[in-house]
Each structure stands twice: as C-alpha cells, then as structure tokens.
Ligand binder design. Sequence first.
Ligand code: NDP
Length: 386
Amino acid sequence: MGKILCVLFPDPKTGYPPEYARDTIPVIAGYPNGQTVPSPRGKLGFQPGELVGCVSGELGLRPYLASHGHELIVTSDKDGENSEFDRHLPGADVVISQPFWPAYLTAERIAKAKNLKLALTAGIGSDHVDLKAAADHGVTVAEVTFSNSISVAEHVVMTVLSLVRNYLPSHEVANNGGWDIADCVSRSYDLEGMHFGTIAAGRIGLAVLRRLKPFDVHLHYYDPHRLPANVEKELNLTYHSTPQDLVKVCDVINLQTPLYPSTEHMFDDKMFALMKRGTYLINTARGKLCDRDAVVRALESGKLAGYGGDVWFPQPAPADHPWRTMPHQGMVPHISGASLSGQARYAAGTLEVLQNFLEGTPIRPEYLIVDAGNLAGTGANSYKLA
Ligand code: NDP
C-alpha cells in the first residue's frame, strides 16, 4: 500500500465548493499534435468543471486511492521545516504537487524522502523538483504534458492585448467612476502590424503563434529546434538562431522556455539592453527566467512598455514582491494553467499516471521527465540537468 502526499492550493476564501458560473465544460477530444487526452481507467472522482486543484478538491483522487487501500494525505502547508509536507515526506512513496502552489522538492528534501519513488506534477513544468537529485536518487518525475498548454496560450493572448491596448488601467478608470479618455489612450496601441516573437515554440509557444496569426502581426520565433518547414510557411514565421537576435526586432516578446539551471535569468539587464524602447514582455513560463530587479528597472526606464504574466519566484510571492507594484504590469497569481477546464485534464492525467505507477503499467513517454536515473520522454527534449 502506498502513501501519497499531495500538496494543493488552499480552498477558496468563500468556502468549498464554490458557486460555479457554468454547468458544463466542453469536451476536448484530443490535442493539436495528435496526442490523446488523459485516459485513466474507471470512473473519475469528480465532475469535469469542478474545482479540484484545491485541498478539498483533492484532484478527485480519493475514491480510486481509498478503494485500492492507499493512504492519501492532502495539504497546502508546504514551506518551512515544520510544515505538514516536511512531516509526511520521509514516509511518502509519491509526492504530487502543482506548479501554481509548488512543493519545492530540493536536493535536501529528496535526500530525506527515503521512500520516494514518484514526483508527479499535476500540470506542466517540473522545475520545482531538483531533477538532478531526483535522477541520482532513482525518483521518477512525471507531468501531465499538454493538459493545460492551450489554457496558458489563451492567457498569453489575453495578456498581449491587455498590455498593448492599456486595458487594465482603463478598466480601473471605469471602476473608479471616471471617464478620463486621454489618460486611458495615451499608452494604448493597436497590435496590428507589430512584430511578435516567442522564445520557445513548443506546445504553448506554437499555440500562441497560431492564435495571434489572425491579428495580422509579423510572427517570429526562437527554439533550439526549428519547426517543420510547412508550419513556418503556414504562419509566415521568421526564425532567429538566438534569443538575442529575436529580441532586437520584436515589439512584443513571449517567454515560453522551461526553467532549468542554464535558462535561469535568461532575461537580465544585458538582454533588456538589446531591446527596442517600449517592448512588451509576457512570461507565463517561470518567474526565475527573468532577473526580478532587472524587470523592474526596465519598466521604470521605459525599455519595457509593459510586463505581464502569472509566474513568480518564490510562489506564493511575498506581499512585498516588487512585481506586485511595479509600473505598467499585468501580473496575476499563477493561474493561467489552472482554469477549471485545465484542472479537469491535469487531474485526469494525474490519476492516469498514478494508476500506471501503482498497478505497474508503463507511464506514457510524453508524461516522463526523469526516469531510471536520467532525463526521459518529454524531459529529454525540454530540460537539461545543468
Ligand atoms: P514544451 O516542452 O512543449 O515546450 C518547451 C519548448 O522550449 C520546447 O520547444 C523546447 O525546445 C524549448 N526550449 C528548451 N530549452 C530552451 C532554451 N534554452 N531556449 C529556448 N527554448 C528552449 O512545453 P510547453 O510549451 O507545454 O510549456 C513550456 C513551459 O511553460 C513549461 O516548461 C512551464 O514552465 C510553463 N508552463 C506554465 C504554465 C502556467 O500555468 N503558467 C502551465 C504550463 C506550462 P526543443 O524541445 O525544440 O528542444
């Protein structure tokens, strides 16, 4: 019998369950690259569309785990030596965590987790796990690839438009009873005709490019591997062989690279110095891809006209994190991949991987990040250990 330790974000302040805005969510039959959606065996322990990513939602895992005699501990208390997470970690066989409320599985914690065999990310992005330490200790790391990629791509498009059109300050004017049109429009532009570039054109980056195509922008990308020629042609893409080449020519830049040691602080003062004055930067990948204070400086100097996204370091961000109060920002807590639609898919994928692990059947390669002491599956393409 296994001990499953699951770290989820706290319940809504208004209580659980919330009152839902809609009764159903659309059924997504498959992903754009042909990958199939999660397919756990048996019944799901929740109705798609329910809030399952918080503690009371339990990712809908309890019915399956209880009926198979496994122990499930669910907590949001994850930081500090006396956290509930730390107390249960030494006996846990599986740790489940979401990037939105990450249980940081550092090398020290992995060393203490003597029974740990699987670190499962309910979502995408396993940088909260020290992948090298996991590989060295024989811990498998898996995530639910593609589950919320489109959720994030939609958020990127929303943020691009919000920043360029100066939506958020204008909304504030309306909320506050004002009609100050000149104040609203003095930082408002059309996206049409601008140069938009994405750094990384993986599942999310490519979905963003596809969604922005109808806005009649010039599309650019950098990725270690070029997209197929027919995709470049279809979207009329300009490929850049380095991120530096891309940032020099783009008006709006989207950052969609996984975080690993050599991508940390990819956007620093040197990178900002290459950009045009008034560039917009969107980051829904990971907060640590940017040097925190360099972002603030770039906004204050006008190098950046706007910065938006949902990823911070650490998470939750402290109340005095400068990104909460810096000018011209469209920051939100880490939510883009946690829509109720995204939750339904990553919770189902989490159950699928758990069933594989507990019943001894193979985990799909597209869900694997680390396995048998090395990067594996999707992890072998998207991550580096250094
Ligand atoms: P993918 O694995 O599909 O794409 C990642 C892309 O990054 C790949 O094309 C990879 O290139 C490329 N890449 C790797 N290293 C570099 C580098 N040094 N510079 C530029 N590109 C690089 O992942 P997704 O698109 O699904 O997700 C991307 C990231 O977005 C995740 O790692 C995660 O951090 C974040 N994310 C955030 C969410 C949120 O809620 N905010 C939710 C989901 C994901 P190649 O494979 O060609 O080598």
